[in-house]
Unconditional design. Sequence first.
Length: 281
Amino acid sequence: MNGFLAATTDPLVVQSGMICLTIHLLLFGVFAHYAPQGPWKKMPSHTAHQVLALPLMTYITYQGCLTWFLHNETAESEGRIHVLVPDGIQLAKVVFGFLLYWDIPVGLATPALRDPLMLVHHIGMLFVAGVVMGNLCLSQAPRGSYYAPFFLGVIEASSIPLSYVDIFHPKHKHWFDFLQEELKKKSTIGTILNSINEVARILFAILFLLFRFVYFPYVAISTCLLDFFQAAKAESDPALYGIFVACFLFTGLQMHWGLLIIRQIVKMLKGDENDKKDKES
């Protein structure tokens, strides 16, 4: 418990969380009280969350890719768990901060963001970040910062286009209806928003399948799971066993989501084929 409390008061954690929360509240105020009528006024917290998520996901993806692909040196099994990667630890603190002080509380307070599976996913990420920082480990020393740039940064590439796509999802009725109305009117703004949405959907599918459906399981199965299991046995640390379980479950979750995307793609392609047949007949 003391380790968790120490993590919550880390200067970078607090800075990250408070910056995100402050920006969210400012955007919420603008959308709710000063903006003209529109879906942003009916869903101010959800809109503020997505507006902030876009640059935030871009930042952590950039930082993760920079370290993982360019600055991370190959290490042996023990080294991958115990080596200190400063950029990985810093990224973990940023992620811990915005999850703890902004994303999870706002998700609980905003009906449009209140997804139980996503909440569990984000709590799991909070735990992972806490272990990387070292605050949740028995040793109170960072563990797995070698992997942090990948699991807390690189794989979030798909979250960049998703931040936009999710705004117009049919489950968010006000935004979905707004876009459909603009398309019916053949307005310029409707055409632009829909064009960006179509491109973002394609990018999301490509990036998700590439980084989360293929690359994520590869890293997890080829090295990460075994590394953390061996470290957990050597140190008898429940937190490291927890990372092993979390990595296993997260891998299954990525596979589940990836298969859903593949099914949607197949369904869409079959629909296009049926349309062509109808036109030819």
